[in-house]
Design a protein around this ligand. Structure first.
Ligand code: OGA
Ligand code: MN
Length: 196
């Protein structure tokens, strides 16, 4: 993870969690969906729903790090290990983490964007973990990652148990997905400071 981030700005792991925990997270996402826990993602404080859907069509449900579910615990433990490595190697002070389940319904996408907000740079490393048991290339839904100079860096399929992390200032997009696309999106952050 250290070499990949230092050299390319991103890292991909194809066996992030055990298959048991992968399966449990996939099932948990589906049961939360059945319970109606997912809400349309927003884009900015003042944007309307119609404006938002032209930029991103995913539906999200936030995860609680304190959740007493074995697979959620395993997920946060694995993220913490990544965080500790990055802190040691790059003298970062990543302290906080926030994450949500995401569902991209058929024909939805997320236009090219960066994950750092214009007013605050607390999000340093973006993390995505894919929960799609039988993904096929024909489904679309690729993650395209770009360099800070906007050159295509990599095209990544949302395959089962695949984890991707990248510097949050890099532009990226989710191409139109033709099949329901499941993931956990999260961000390692430096501690928030009050804006004076
Ligand atoms: C995001 C995002 C990428 C993906 O949620 O901000 O860019 O592959 N997700 O789902
Ligand atoms: Mn993003």
């Amino acid at each position: 993870v250290i070499n990949a981030i230092a050299q390319n700005g991103f890292y991909v792991s194809d066996e992030f969690l055990s298959l048991e925990h992968f399966q449990q997270l996939h099932e948990l996402l589906q049961s939360w969906q059945a319970e109606g826990q997912f809400k349309a993602a927003k884009i900015g404080l003042n944007a309307t729903k119609t404006q938002a859907i032209q930029i991103r069509g995913d539906e999200i449900a936030w995860l609680d790090a304190g959740e007493n579910h074995p697979a959620i615990k395993a997920y946060f433990t694995a993220i913490n290990a990544v965080k500790d490595r990055l802190n040691q190697a790059f003298f970062l002070s990543l302290t906080d983490y926030e994450a949500h389940f995401a569902i991209y319904p058929p024909q939805s996408f997320y236009k090219k964007h960066v994950d750092q907000f214009k007013t605050a740079n607390h999000r340093q490393i973006s993390c995505v973990y894919y929960l799609n048991p039988q993904w096929q290339a024909s489904f679309g839904g690729e993650l395209n990652l770009y360099t800070a100079e906007d050159e295509l860096l990599s095209t990544i399929l949302p395959l089962a148990n695949r984890f991707v992390c990248f510097k949050s200032n890099l532009p990226h997009e989710v191409l139109t997905s033709h099949y329901p696309r499941y993931s956990i999106a999260g961000w390692l952050k430096t501690r928030s400071h009050a804006v004076l």
